[in-house]
Write a protein that binds this ligand. Structure first.
Ligand SMILES: *Cc1c(COP(=O)(O)O)cnc(C)c1O
Length: 227
């Protein structure tokens, strides 16, 4: 599979333009490579992309093995089951989907001593959807306190996947509520710097509302096949 160089640079240019319009430094781009082969990751890495997001632990580990010659930054963005904490602590740089307290200690204990702390985002179920993972907005503070107390973990901020409503004004409200939660959290955790929200079809809206990292799959790699 090939990635047209213009796709990558056009997306980067749109991120930079939206960030400049919002008066902020360029949002970071996380390339979401779930269901895509290692060769597609390698092709994008050759253009300068370093951070890649995966939803499934086993699929990510297989790609990491194939791409071990590259210095890439791996993010888990899919729901985390407790029996996968060890693999995540050992093999990822970021966990974007922490949503419950009982995962905190296993992740911290199993982070290898020689590695930098695992960067952690708390996933918030901002639209209160029964089908989605993520903690309730009211649970963020307590979870953040637990993460911040673990030297093997580094609290970086929040992540959300708002409901993909066709009405963009309503999506914008969810992004703005996330930005408020993020600013409120920053009062007590001055070191946090990452608000991860916005995907292929709404990343500019998310950046306007305050996203500092956008997660883009389809617009970079093309449509996904069903698994
Ligand atoms: C798949 C996925 C994305 C990327 O979605 P696209 O619409 O393909 O850009 C971003 N974030 C999460 C959590 C995902 O699961």
């Amino acid at each position: 599979m090939t990635i047209a160089p213009t796709d990558y640079h056009a997306i980067r240019a749109r991120i930079e333009a939206a960030s400049a319009a919002a008066g902020r430094p360029p949002a970071r781009l996380l390339a979401v490579s779930k269901t895509k082969p290692a060769a597609a990751v390698r092709a994008l890495a050759a253009q300068g992309q370093e951070a890649f997001g995966e939803n499934y632990v086993q699929e990510a580990l297989a790609k990491q093995r194939e791409l071990a010659d590259l210095a890439l930054e791996w993010h888990l963005i899919g729901p985390l089951q407790s029996n996968k904490c060890r693999e995540v602590a050992q093999h990822f740089d970021w966990l974007q989907s922490l949503d419950r307290a009982k995962l905190v200690t296993p992740l911290a204990r199993q982070r290898p001593a020689g590695r930098a702390p695992l960067n952690v985002l708390i996933q918030v179920n901002i639209d209160d959807e029964a089908s989605k993972s993520g903690c309730a907005p009211a649970a963020v503070e307590e979870l953040a306190t637990l993460v911040a107390a673990e030297p093997a973990l580094r609290l970086r901020g929040l992540m959300a996947i708002p409901q993909p409503l066709p009405d963009l004004a309503r999506r914008r409200i969810a992004f703005e509520r996330m930005a408020e939660l993020f600013e409120a959290l920053r009062v007590r955790h001055a070191g946090i710097d990452t608000l991860s929200m916005g995907m292929s079809d709404d990343f500019e809206l998310a950046i306007a509302a305050g996203a500092t990292m956008v997660r883009i799959g389809t617009a970079l790699f093309g449509a996904r096949q069903a698994l």
